[in-house]
Design a binder for this molecule. Structure first.
Ligand code: KIV
Length: 274
């Protein structure tokens, strides 16, 4: 294990680093970011993976869902974040409808990589996205898949709810996870999934599984930055912890998050679903 390619190293985090971290059972830390200054702080705190999430539609633009976010808006924010990162891997969301067909996904995924410096793109969906994932990967666009609660499907799902409590839904999620890995996905985000199901999927896959509301057994954790800094107004999901409550400064809150994820202290039972 070379120190330049692990959690504690100073080299740039790559897709291979994340695979190595999973193999070495080192927890992967991840947060969202939308601008240069926060990206710098997050990078300095030692976060491995920075996601420019389409959650920016809600926390930056004040929209009700992520659906209105455009590719141009993702590019604008991802560029700024990219300028702030020295070590963390840059992952950028593909927004709603930007991957409605494999050809569209190739065009928009290519733009996100070329125009922002993204090292990987993320898209939501299961077996229905296998063709798209294979095409992107065949053109050297690493893909992170996203299962469980898929915010771009909020209107079909009828709200932001835990996914996978029923056995048929859980079985489909397991099948989706395998299909996406076989199609070439380099990573999987699991959102709002019961702990036991997330644990089963994490153990079954070779690629890293990053949880948000999916329990401590995932290979890593991600949170929306403004949720964990206590900035989000109104109802905050149960899986969120406000790290500003114990940290007197943003830098301290970020370091505490990194330490708690690496040490397996976050998420605690109260941040998970059964
Ligand atoms: O858009 C986003 O911030 C996300 C995370 C919730 C994983 O997809």
């Amino acid at each position: 294990m070379s120190s330049s390619t692990t959690n504690s190293g100073h080299g740039r985090v790559t897709v291979s680093t994340l695979m190595e971290m999973k193999a070495n059972k080192e927890k992967i830390t991840s947060l969202t970011a939308y601008d240069y200054s926060f990206a710098q702080q997050i990078d300095k705190a030692g976060v491995d993976l920075v996601l420019v999430g389409d959650s920016l539609g809600m926390v930056i633009q004040g929209r009700e869902t992520t659906i209105p976010v455009t590719v141009d808006e993702m590019i604008y924010h991802a560029r700024m974040v990219g300028h702030g990162l020295k070590r963390a891997l840059l992952l950028v969301d593909m927004p709603f409808m930007s991957y409605a067909t494999p050809e569209l996904a190739l065009e928009n995924g290519g733009r996100l990589m070329k125009e922002t410096g993204a090292q990987m793109v993320k898209l939501e969906g299961g077996e229905d996205q296998v063709e798209t994932v294979s095409l992107l990967v065949s053109r050297n666009i690493p893909v992170c898949a996203h299962l469980g609660l898929q915010p771009q499907s909020v209107h079909r799902l009828g709200g932001y709810r835990v996914q996978g409590r029923e056995s048929d839904v859980a079985q489909q999620m397991i099948a989706d996870a395998h299909a996406l890995e076989q199609a070439g996905a380099s990573m999987l985000v699991l959102e709002c999934v019961p702990v036991v199901l997330a644990q089963e999927i994490t153990a079954a896959l070779e690629i890293p599984v990053i949880g948000i509301g999916a329990g401590v057994e995932c290979d890593g954790q991600v949170l929306v930055l403004y949720d964990m800094l206590g900035i989000t107004m109104g109802r905050v999901p149960q899986f969120v912890k406000n790290f500003m409550e114990d940290g007197g400064a943003v830098s301290e809150a970020l370091s505490n998050y990194v330490a708690e994820v690496r040490g397996g202290k976050f998420p605690a039972v109260e941040h998970t679903f059964q």
